[in-house]
Write a protein that binds this ligand. Structure first.
Ligand code: ZN
Ligand code: ZN
Length: 370
């Protein structure tokens, strides 16, 4: 009898355990039926359906078809995240974790410090880089934004550690509260799309994106995914979480106007036919940047965990190519180093700078076909 490689057995075991996990614990929402909730599951306006067969098909070919990533990549070193004072400071930590200091209010997006983006300590995507800011060197956090419950975005150990240390307010989509509470997060607020929560002088809007949710194979779409718009005095920030392309970018632009700062995912997009409904590739991220009218974008969802087929550096070369192809200045869509900070000056200064820039290169009107 032919022996199966250990890796394949572990993957099979991981899938079986994931099924069991989904059965054992199903965070879910109970509430009235509406356009994107049927009483049990949530839906996208533009479908991003994946059957169990699709998901298992991807998992079964993943090991054979993925590009090899290095086991470990050393981070460059950067100064500790500076206080923003007035204006906004954004520090890229890893994956979709960004520390925002918005006029002195510290906001952390999708914090993950786990070794693996997985329900297991022995299997699943392992990190290849350390977080750019060690957990113990994080300043006190006021608000945590959780875009959805996938393991690379909702890390229960990190959320529990933050709850113990700073007791921040945690904002997440409908149905995620039970899982948060189970891990000691008591200060949380669940939001539906188009709902907002005000805290510390900022308004946090939960907004539609095109994605999915689920921590096991049998609890798919039972909690709500989304992005966040943070409206601060004189500045708006767009955090996309995970998303595929869709009309929600134009809708956000119409509702909130152009954004000062956008956090947009550029990684985890191959195989394209399977990933396109749920993840942007760099070209789509650049189109989103244009449609949202982002004064400054920062790339997220890259270089930390290998989730899909593409090589570790491909999103960076593809992003540079897409910015050139769309004639968008590369400086407006940055890939920060792990731990690197970027400061946006307060609004009046920013508009003076923008006016200066537009005197040199007139802002383009960009239109993309949906
Ligand atoms: Zn996701
Ligand atoms: Zn993700």
């Amino acid at each position: 009898m032919k022996r199966r490689p250990l890796g394949k057995c572990l993957l099979g075991l991981a899938v079986l355990l994931a099924v069991a996990h989904g059965c054992a614990f199903q965070p879910r929402h109970t509430g009235p039926v509406d356009a994107h909730f049927d009483g049990t599951r949530f839906y996208n306006r533009v479908p991003a359906e994946k059957s169990l067969v699709d998901i298992l098909g991807f998992l079964s070919t993943y090991r054979a078809r993925r590009e090899a990533w290095p086991e470990r990549v050393q981070n460059a070193s950067y100064p500790a995240p500076p206080a923003a004072g007035t204006g906004i400071t954004a520090t890229f930590i890893n994956h979709s974790t960004v520390l925002l200091d918005i006029g002195g209010v510290r906001v952390l997006t999708d914090p993950i410090y786990a070794e693996r983006a997985s329900p297991f300590t022995f299997a699943g995507p392992a990190r290849v880089r350390e977080p750019g800011v060690p957990f113990d060197e994080l300043p006190p956090i006021d608000v945590v934004l959780v875009s959805h419950d996938h393991y690379d975005h909702l890390d229960t150990d990190t959320l529990a550690a933050l709850a113990r240390r700073d007791a921040p307010l945690v904002l997440a989509g409908l149905g995620n509260g039970a899982l948060l509470a189970e891990h000691g997060v008591t200060r949380f607020h669940e939001l539906d799309w188009r709902q907002r929560h005000e805290a510390q002088g900022l308004a946090f809007h939960f907004v539609e994106v095109r994605h999915r949710s689920g921590r096991g194979l049998l609890d798919q779409m039972k909690t709500l995914w989304g992005g966040f718009v943070v409206v601060a005095p004189g500045a708006t920030v767009y955090f996309a979480g995970d998303t595929g392309w869709g009309p929600h970018f134009a809708a956000a632009r119409e509702r909130f106007g152009a954004f000062d700062l956008c956090l947009l995912p550029i990684g985890a997009y191959r195989p394209r036919e399977f990933m396109a409904p749920v993840h942007l590739d760099p070209d789509a991220a650049v189109r989103a940047h244009a449609v949202l009218g982002c004064g400054q974008s920062i790339a997220i969802h890259h270089g930390t965990f290998q989730l899909t087929y593409e090589a570790i550096d491909e999103p960076y070369t593809e992003l540079a190519a897409a910015l050139a192809a769309h004639e968008i200045p590369a400086a407006t869509f940055r890939v920060l180093g792990f731990g690197e900070s970027l400061r946006l000056p307060p609004a009046p200064q920013r508009s003076a700078e923008a006016a200066q820039q537009s005197a040199v290169a007139p802002a383009q009107v960009v239109q993309f076909v949906e």
